[in-house]
Write a protein that binds this ligand. Structure first.
Ligand SMILES: [Zn+2]
Length: 149
């Protein structure tokens, strides 16, 4: 696991192995229709996301770390600039954690997946090869000819 690969995969909601297929059904964590729904496997490289039952329970540790990060940020902002009393600080931290929960939930699972699956260029190239072969397929040539007439 390399940090830039982890960040790319997490922010773009893409498979840890190929960086092509989506992990969550919905990329927008604030669209509650199916924002928390994980796909079973990668559409591009067939990586099974949930390696074993309960695999993503471990992402709670990542979620805890990210939420603690919000607390640390607010704590330093308060210590150096705002100087609020403890109740206001607690309310702001709680509100931030609640508002950020959907994003933190999604990022925690993606980061957890990246802990166990390495990015592999070999799988990323599979899709590029597929696109190369489809771009010169006879079907698309026929469409182009018809469009030209
Ligand atoms: Zn993949």
């Amino acid at each position: 696991m390399k940090i830039p690969e982890l960040i790319y995969s997490t922010v773009t909601n893409t498979c840890a192995r190929c960086h092509q297929g989506k992990v969550f059904e919905n990329t927008n964590p604030y669209n509650f229709k199916n924002a928390f729904k994980l796909k079973n496997s990668c559409s591009e490289c067939n990586l099974k996301y949930e390696k074993e039952p309960g695999f993503f329970y471990g992402s709670l540790y990542v979620s805890y770390a990210l939420s603690s990060g919000f607390f640390m940020i607010w704590f330093f902002i308060d210590s150096f600039w705002l100087h609020m009393d403890a109740i206001n600080l607690a309310l702001i931290v709680t509100a931030t954690i609640l508002l950020a929960f959907p994003l933190v939930h999604q990022y925690a699972k993606l980061i957890w997946l990246n802990f166990f699956v390495k990015y592999d260029k070999k799988y990323a190239k599979v899709k590029q090869k597929k696109e190369d072969t489809t771009s010169i397929s006879p079907d698309t040539r026929n469409v182009n000819v018809q469009a030209g007439n």
